[in-house]
Design a protein around this ligand. Sequence first.
Ligand SMILES: C[C@H](O)CC(=O)SCCNC(=O)CCNC(=O)[C@H](O)C(C)(C)COP(=O)(O)OP(=O)(O)OC[C@H]1O[C@@H](n2cnc3c(N)ncnc32)[C@H](O)[C@@H]1OP(=O)(O)O
Length: 724
Amino acid sequence: MGGKTTISVGSDGVAIITIINPPVNSLSFDVLSNLKESFDEAIQRDDVKAIVVTGAKGKFSGGFDINAFGGSQDGKAMTGLTSKPGYVSIDILSDTVEAARKPSVAAIDGLALGGGLEVAMACHARIATSTAQLGLPELQLGIIPGFGGTQRLPRLVGLAKALEMMLTSKPIRGEEAHNLGLVDAIVSGNELVDIARQWALDILARRKPWVSSLYRTDKIEPLGEAREILNFARAQARRQAPNMQHPQVCIDVIETGIVSGPRVGLMKEYEEFQVLLKSDISKSLIHVFFAQRGTTKVPGVTDRGLKPRQIKKVAILGGGLMGSGIATALVLNGYQVILKEVNQKFLDAGLGRVKANLTSSVKKGKLTQEMFEKTIARLKGALDYESFKDVDMVIEAVIENVSLKQQIFSDLEKYCSPNCILASNTSTIDLNLIGEKTKSHDRIIGAHFFSPAHVMPLLEIVRTSKTSPQTIVDLLDVGKKIRKTPVVVGNCTGFAVNRMFFPYTQAALLLVERGADIYKIDRAITKFGMPMGPFRLCDLVGFGVAVATGSQFVLNFPERTYKSMLIPLMQEDKRAGETTRKGFYVYDDKRKASPDPEIKKYIDKAREFSGVSVDPKLAKLSDKDIIEMVFFPVVNEACRVYAEGIAVKAADLDIAGVMGMGFPTYRGGIMFWGDLVGSKYINGRLNEWSKMYGDFFKPCDYLAQRAALGAPLSAPLDQSKSRL
Ligand SMILES: C[C@H](O)CC(=O)SCCNC(=O)CCNC(=O)[C@H](O)C(C)(C)COP(=O)(O)OP(=O)(O)OC[C@H]1O[C@@H](n2cnc3c(N)ncnc32)[C@H](O)[C@@H]1OP(=O)(O)O
């Protein structure tokens, strides 16, 4: 597993124990067992009077090595080093580090997260830099702190703050940690270790306090008050994370320590940690952690040693909602932007939208007035291509019209430099078609943002078979700089996100026409964890967009598109979603959605058109049935997308769904979730429904084959079949 600690003893009698495990000095089992050995050595050696623990290269530690969870999740207890329960938290950190007869000080720069902070809290004092980040982010991985954090943090910073830090998983900076008492002094990076050495000697000489965090009681509220704080946190966590058990478990473990003492708390923490580690939620969240970091590793592209070219100036065509959102994201992150529109009126509106986005950031306290001025100064408007000569990249974000886009791309070829990247924000149109009238196929690429573009975290990078690896590397770099998670996918109708999630609305429409209730479907889907159900989502994006996207799918995948007249019928009556204040829901002045009994009229009419009759079984679907009937077709389409080589890794589709559609992170993404449910079960159910309700549900060959083999859906593909 790698990693180690080193020990060096100075003439002052202070042993410096350094954690070394790049890139973040994570605590692998090797590091932990070395840490114990280094401590044992320091305690035994007569020439050592005191101890400083630090991390190599300016990072204390990013916490337990998350890679090592893999084995433990399959059944082995996460003792790793020995089968003794609680070995790390009790034997190493409490009985070796904290109970040592020599004082230890943690010298913290960079990161002290999770297990890293837990090691630091077992020391007798902590010295940090002001920029250091300290936190217990374990809950975002579906687990709880497992090396004593649930017991020591409340004793150092008080119950309310400790709960906040654990439940939000957000780290705090050194300065705040100092104010809270988590850190004893703030110093600069270059004097960190020297001051920590002196501090350790001062503790030994009793000039500074020798504190065992586990036994402090002064920051913990009296029992009655503590229980009130814990109950308040329980209720809040239940509201914010209704499908998750681990925040409740974390609160229970903290309470055990307060009621029965910290040693009992440590043991309970260990036991609960082992249980949570094997939960589907933790497996899913850990999968997403690595999957998200894996999207920038594209075989054949990022492994060629190509360096991203410097992109300074970007032109955006179209100042509508998308164009202005993209411009906002770019200017906010240091890019010079030219926003081009067809006339002054549209240009003013586009520039106004960017300004409004930035003003809203100022109002929310995310941007200072000074930064606002600097940011807006990076934005220029244009009505022609004259200023495009020196732009490094163009992003076209005009309406979805093929001939208009073709004209734009051939103009761009004339006006831009031959190295300029030509990107399109199209969400459905084939990029080969867009670039048909040019000779620049190697620099044409899709940069598909999600609305609102300055907020949504995903950037779908679409490459054709002719897009050059350099162009992809360049756009990946821009994506990183504007803080998006990029996912590189191949060229097809709807690309990855829209294509995978098209059946989401389709299934819902099919169910409603055959008797299911609109609002019950939306409720079941939001309970499952989606930010909104398919009908509420249609209202939000607007029926115009829904119909335009739908027609692309009817055209390209007619055999499996469910053709419903429900939306067009409502559109005829000027019900077109939230903007018209009427769609599947009605909206009041505060945009609050309420069910509308009038919908029945449209459903009846749509049934007449499609000639389907109500199936009484569908009128009585359970939540579980609704979830399966809506999401199994999504899994099915994701399998097609994967089998066609549109994505290089199944995990990329997981991230695309989580970040592009709001599929719950704690379910790991659509393919991962499909594997948790099981390919055999999904295939069986889809087969059943396709016999009853048609080819919309028919499992694709890939899914059927995986089910027959009993194999996971996300197993690596035979790369020879990849389209990329
Ligand atoms: C028992 C204990 O209580 C349990 C624990 O300690 S659980 C672990 C708690 N720690 C965490 O959750 C921290 C997770 N890590 C992070 O949040 C971020 O990686 C970070 C803030 C440390 C650094 O962020 P950033 O600089 O953007 O770099 P980032 O790309 O995320 O990570 C760099 C590399 O380190 C790896 N890494 C980061 N933290 C890691 C960890 N704890 N274990 C293993 N690998 C880790 C990443 O996978 C990535 O690897 P890659 O280069 O091969 O893709």
